[in-house]
Design a protein around this ligand. Structure first.
Ligand SMILES: [Zn+2]
Length: 286
């Protein structure tokens, strides 16, 4: 529904006698309009492939400086003077040969923006043909279920084998969401390893460290880099800095250095699940 129509139907509602409902709607009107003005998707193309950044978080997101370690506090403060580095929770849509391919699914919280942002591109959850996961943290798999029901009903789901194996073996207090989600998609799961041949020429690259099987994807000249970076303003100049979420810090640093160099050497576009708006950047900015 276009905004004018929406306001029109709201006005109609206000006069329809459903006053309690209408009043409730009217109270929230300015906030909703504000949200619509925010940029939450942006596309770019490479050859016949169209990429779209999809923001999942609602409103501004910063990663607090206190999450970062590996450089002195003064350096971190200088690079991130607001007390937190600008970031997002993002997903990416790749459209190639008529297929809709989604990378990660965001948090799946009540105010998550992934599904409304997909709808703004005329894409419904059942239109997703393939879902690729970088790793199993909640801000990446949370959108796969809604009230315990499968959201992407038609999608073939590609998960890193090493990530799957590691999380399944974790204690129940750590892996409850993973177990429930993977069980729900059981018949659609494809466990993959770095170097496997994947649909639409997608290349999986091992980027272990952030999590045991963290995997990133190269599509044409774009690297969909998962959680290689949490605070770009700090970690691009200082890749030796880790966010507290990096499970194996030594390995995470090694991967961050290696793949930032790879992006520069190959002149790739870097797309990241926590890069600041608009979620992607040119290699020249690295
Ligand atoms: Zn994350």
């Amino acid at each position: 529904m276009k905004r004018r129509e929406w306001i029109g139907s709201l006005t109609a509602l206000a006069f329809s006698g459903l006053s309690a409902y209408a009043n409730k709607k009217a109270e929230s009107l300015p906030k909703i309009l504000l949200q619509e003005e925010e940029k939450q998707t942006e596309s770019w193309t490479q050859g016949n492939i169209r990429f779209t950044w999809l923001q999942d978080n609602n409103g501004e997101k910063r990663m607090p400086n206190s999450l970062f370690s590996g450089a002195d506090a003064e350096t971190i403060q200088r690079l991130s003077p607001e007390g937190g580095a600008l970031a997002t929770i993002s997903c990416f849509l790749v459209q190639s040969n008529g297929k809709n391919i989604l990378f990660d699914t965001g948090n799946g919280k009540a105010d998550s923006r992934l599904l409304p942002n997909l709808a703004s591109l005329q894409i419904q959850p059942e239109d997703i043909d393939y879902l690729f996961l970088t790793h199993f943290h909640g801000d990446h798999i949370g959108g796969m279920l809604s009230q315990d029901k499968v959201v992407f009903t038609q999608a073939e789901v590609y998960v890193p084998q090493q990530e799957y194996d590691a999380w399944i073996q974790m204690p129940a207090d750590k892996n409850q969401q993973v177990v429930k989600t993977m069980k729900a998609y059981e018949k659609k799961l494809h466990k993959i390893n770095g170097g496997d041949k994947l649909p639409e020429g997608i290349i999986a690259l091992n980027a272990f460290g952030h999590t045991p099987g963290h995997t990133i994807y190269q599509v044409k000249n774009t690297l969909i880099a998962g959680d290689l970076l949490h605070g770009a303003a700090i970690q691009i100049p200082h890749p030796e800095v880790c966010a507290s979420f990096d499970m194996d810090k030594k390995l995470a640093i090694q991967c961050r250095k290696q793949y930032l160099q790879y992006v520069k050497d190959k002149h790739l576009t870097l797309a990241g699940m926590h890069l600041p708006v608009p979620g992607f950047m040119d290699w020249k900015k690295i």
